[in-house]
Design a protein around this ligand. Sequence first.
Ligand code: BG6
Ligand code: MG
Length: 219
Amino acid sequence: MIKGFIFDLDGVITDTAELHFQAWKKLADDMGWQFDREVNEKLRGVSRMDSINIIKDHNNAQVDEEKLVALATLKNDIYVDSLDHMTPNDYLPGAQELLNLLRKEGFLVALGSASRNAIKVLKQLEANKYFDVIGDGNSVSKSKPEPDIFLFGAKALDLKPEECIVYEDAESGIDAAKAGGFHSVGIGPAERVGHADVRFDSMKEATLFEVKSHFSELF
Ligand code: BG6
Ligand code: MG
């Protein structure tokens, strides 16, 4: 039986994916590096340091580890500044309605994000009230596609993976959910999350009603 839900943050609850893109783009432009939305797609769900390594390799650039950390910090400063403009109006359509309904129906809810900035994003959205457990980039050391962040959330909720549904917009996030034995809902195109148990184009379609219909034997 489904007792809990675990949500990715960026690209599921709010569109920080765009803000991450803008911040990486600014850094890449300053460095004279090529970076576009196609490369950005490879960063979805991927940790900060893994992201800069992907961008560096895409440009065949030689950068030592210390400089890479400094560049990732610069990108993060730009990203964190951009979060100041985020408000409770910035939920992705459907996300807040779903979180409200889950509270009303008494499901347990965890956040399972790779971001080390998740606390700030939740604060800007005033979303803390929707989560029983916050798992973020500081909670585990192995990032998606490893299942650790979702296993952390399930354990803290005192649930088994098979009692939880994970919402994810990243290929690596669906991989992580499946590796951990969770049920999965993919948000986005089939090329990215077609391997989820069920997929929706956006959060607007991924309502509790639709999800209950899909996993009807589990509710
Ligand atoms: C994920 C995003 O949620 O968090 C990635 O999808 C991002 O794009 C990652 O790189 C790490 O985020 P942060 O805020 O710790 O740099
Ligand atoms: Mg995401």
